[in-house]
Design a protein around this ligand. Structure first.
Ligand code: ATP
Ligand code: MG
Length: 360
């Protein structure tokens, strides 16, 4: 007899540094949630692709690996990067090697100040900072286009060409407008640098304007990326949904995470909005080798990642409940060192699991 509740197949790729520590914590919370609510099931398959694999075999993803990934409903990713592998090799070898072929063109980064945590900004109360940054995730400045010539010579040059296609901009803009439309304030800030970059960025502005015609109920404002950084710091309450290029949003979202209290709490979703391929969910932080193995990594970023994954899978009620449990634990003062507390990864995880079990 099988029950009628939905079951989701999740690929887990913990990878490097604190990745395995936070992914273990995330899976413990998800499993506890599924066991307690009994409204859905999760089935995890673990992939040990990492910089260790790369050092042994020369590659991160084995033959047929992507095909295997495509069979899952979602991918839960830890962090990639090791001190003895150049960052551009690890990033392109694993993370981008999944995002690009799986057409995960929308990178979504929510940030907010949790109950019980504090922003480093003076006078920034809970609720003042509640943003979603949408990052173009398939082209732009990280398209991998360019080259090196005259290698090793004093006149050597390296070019890094940013690629902006009308198709690529249109699909990310439409996704951003839809996201803004679903949020209470219906406010979208389009970030640009079209005063200095007069080709791709001007196309970006033109397409944003054209797509905005389809969403008359969304208020749009346009900000230059440099001015945007000051607005985020000085007037956080004036922002809601933000759309920016691959590079700009990469930088702005790290700033956003720090303004919300720590890089250890925010999640990232790499979405294929067409749902043809599975989407990938990961905490915003990196492999953090400086604290690897110490048992003090903040698992909250992975818990919030799990919330975003449940939302995408359609388990909205479970997602709201999990986020609430995590905020309750923050409010109880069970915080890791990056948030000014003394708790270990294990203690925070146990507190969240205990909070989940109260849902029964
Ligand atoms: P990458 O190159 O993969 O982005 P990185 O070392 O440049 O890695 P992070 O790994 O994000 O960047 O770490 C930046 C800083 O934030 C480090 O000091 C790290 O210890 C801290 N940090 C990152 N994630 C966490 C976390 N989950 N809990 C506590 N501290 C964290
Ligand atoms: Mg980093």
């Amino acid at each position: 007899q099988t029950s009628a509740i939905p079951s989701y197949s999740i690929a887990s790729i913990p990878a490097d540094g604190i990745g395995p520590e936070v992914i273990n914590a995330g899976i413990a919370a998800l499993q506890a949630l599924a066991d307690t609510l009994e409204t859905f099931k999760l089935d995890f398959t673990h992939y040990d692709w990492s910089s260790e694999t790369y050092k042994k075999t020369g590659r991160y993803i084995p033959d047929g690996g992507l095909e295997q990934l495509k069979k899952h409903d979602a991918i839960l990713f830890g962090a990639v990067g090791a001190p003895d592998v150049p960052d551009h090799i690890s990033l392109w070898g694993l993370r981008l090697a999944i995002c690009q072929p799986l057409q995960q063109y929308a990178n979504v980064r929510p940030t907010k100040v949790f109950r019980g945590t504090q922003s480093p900004l003076r006078n920034c109360a809970t609720g003042d900072l509640d943003w979603v940054i949408i990052r173009e995730n398939s082209e732009g400045e990280y398209a991998g286009q360019g080259g090196r010539s005259h290698q090793g010579r004093p006149w050597e040059i390296g070019t890094e060409t940013a690629i902006f296609s009308r198709h690529g901009i249109e699909r990310i803009m439409r996704f951003a407008f839809e996201t803004a439309q679903q949020r209470p304030r219906k406010l979208l800030t389009v970030v640009t640098k079209s005063n200095a970059q007069r080709n791709g960025m001007v196309l970006w502005d033109e397409v944003a304007k054209a797509v905005s015609q389809e969403f008359p109920d969304v208020t749009v404002d346009k900000m230059l990326v440099d001015a945007m950084t000051t607005r985020m710091v000085l007037k956080p309450e004036t922002l809601d949904t933000i759309v920016a290029t691959n590079l700009h949003a990469d930088i702005l979202s790290d700033l956003a995470a720090a303004l919300a209290g720590s890089i250890g709490i925010a999640p990232t979703s790499n979405l294929d909005p067409t749902r043809e391929n599975p989407s990938m969910f990961e905490p915003i932080h990196g492999s953090a080798f400086d604290i690897t193995g110490m048992g003090i990594a903040n698992p909250v970023g992975t818990f919030w990642t799990a919330v975003e994954m449940l939302n995408w899978l359609g388990e909205k009620d479970a997602a709201v409940k999990l986020l609430d449990c995590v905020e309750n634990v923050c409010e109880q003062g069970v915080l890791t060192r990056d948030l000014g507390g003394k708790a270990t990864t294990k203690e925070v995880t146990e507190a969240v699991v205990a909070e989940i079990q109260k849902l029964k």
